[in-house]
Ligand binder design. Structure first.
Ligand code: GLC
Length: 429
């Protein structure tokens, strides 16, 4: 049973997308997040294309236009001033012509480019746009391996929890505890005036988030220095899987466009990363875990990030089936999947942001992975959960136990996923 009939669900999704549309980019939600976010925008394009393909391409073009000269695509672009968000452009102080943050986010762009291109109705437009944007994704990926894997291990580290997209996951607790808090400038949070504080990160975490920002700012945001200077260096299986998938997707596009050099380099990066990925598998926990690069140990935290390697088809068929079984087990413990943290773990908090709640975008990426690994039934079950959850509104995230919608309301990427899922279902019928 889904919440609405598909026609109504699609119409509501289209309304949310249009309410948050600022012309050439879309805000995640009014109030709480009034700028352009990196992976939000890319995933939003997946929904927008069902309404207007041209508009979907524009979303990505706008993001790519703010790529840094070194290749990084920042996690926030502050197009217009708004004091409803902290930390704003003055705190980041990155010196970019249009202010941006100084860190990045999960690189879903390559994956989205390929999907938009291959499934486009307007093939001429799609080829023109994809050809123009592939270089941005390629240089971003090269930046990752140069700046975030300086030892050439094959896997990249995130230097700030916000880069993961899973801001306050239990995955970061241990590494974050080692980040000092001395010298953090006084600040006033804005998130807790938009959303109930019990659904947001704690102050102790926020202080450390800001310490890292100040540290990097003190180094002039020079990415040649940041990695080694950061006390927080975590290799996230979810993040790396997304990068591998996007590299393979731009390789496929490059091959289709006769860009053989670009394609071969992307394949080589992905192959090296695949070979290194085994390091993140935990036999004991039956899933992938984060690696703390500063201590070279796996982090004892079972989260949905450990299922995302499916998105890149990583692991043996046996491991993929083990992950599907684990997802089914978690779904069995809650009413709606997929919880962002293992519901059997005492640290599970069903309402606190990335420490328990279910997120439709993650469901989408994991389900895409299950399907590509030949686990179609498991994928369908996750999609069904997503469509059942919208009975709680088009929320930022959901309590997986009760289904209650939480965080920001009328949320763009949730709406985009609904548009995508409804169209997918129509195609399959
Ligand atoms: C939060 C989320 C992040 C998202 C952003 C905007 O910071 O954790 O993944 O990109 O909000 O929606």
């Amino acid at each position: 049973m889904t919440a609405f009939d598909d026609h109504t669900a699609f119409a509501r999704a289209a309304t949310v997308l249009s309410e948050n549309d600022r012309g050439s980019y879309t805000v995640p939600t009014k109030g709480l997040y009034p700028f352009q976010w990196n992976w939000d925008s890319c995933l939003t394009a997946l929904g927008q294309r069902h309404i207007d393909e041209g508009r979907a391409w524009t979303e990505i073009e706008t993001l790519a236009a703010h790529q840094w000269p070194d290749g990084m695509i920042p996690h926030i672009v502050f197009h217009v001033y708004d004091d409803g968000y902290f930390p704003g452009p003055d705190v980041w102080n990155t010196g970019r012509p249009t202010p941006t943050s100084g860190i990045t986010q999960p690189p879903v762009m390559g994956f989205v480019l390929r999907r938009l291109y291959e499934e486009a109705k307007d093939k001429v437009l799609a080829e023109e746009k994809a050809r123009a944007l592939i270089g941005a994704a390629d240089s971003w990926h090269r930046w990752f391996y140069a700046a975030r894997d300086p030892q050439g291990t094959g896997l990249v580290a995130i230097l700030h929890p916000w880069e993961s997209g899973r801001d306050n996951s239990v995955d970061w607790d241990e590494a974050l505890a080692r980040v000092p808090t001395d010298g953090v400038e006084p600040y006033q949070r804005r998130d807790t005036s938009h959303v109930d504080p019990s659904q947001r990160p704690h102050k102790a975490e926020y202080d450390r988030y800001l310490w890292l920002v100040q540290r990097f700012r003190g180094l002039g945001w020079d990415n040649a220095k940041l990695h080694d200077a950061s006390p927080f260096q975590v290799v996230d299986p979810g993040f790396n899987a997304i990068l591998i998938r996007s590299d393979e997707d731009i390789a496929a596009l490059g091959e289709a466009f006769g860009m053989t050099g670009l394609a071969a380099a992307a394949r080589a990066r992905a192959a090296k990363a695949r070979a290194a990925f085994d390091r993140l598998w935990s036999e004991e926990h039956g899933q992938y875990l984060c690696l703390d690069r500063t201590t070279d140990t796996l982090i004892e935290s079972r989260t949905v990030g450990g299922f995302l390697p499916l998105f890149a088809g990583l692991g043996t068929p046996e491991r993929q089936r083990a992950l599907a079984a684990r997802i089914a087990e978690w779904r069995g413990r809650t009413r709606f999947g997929i919880a962002s943290h293992d519901p059997a773990d005492p640290r599970f908090e069903p309402k606190r942001y990335w420490r328990g709640p279910a997120w439709l975008i993650v469901n989408y990426l994991v389900a895409d992975g299950l399907a590509r690994c030949g686990l179609a039934e498991a994928a369908d079950a996750v999609h069904e959960d997503s469509l059942r959850l919208i009975a709680g509104g088009f929320a930022e995230y959901y309590d997986p136990v009760t289904g209650e919608g939480l965080g920001g309301g009328n949320f763009t990427w949730t709406a985009a996923m609904v548009a995508e899922l409804v169209r997918k279902r129509a195609k399959a019928a």
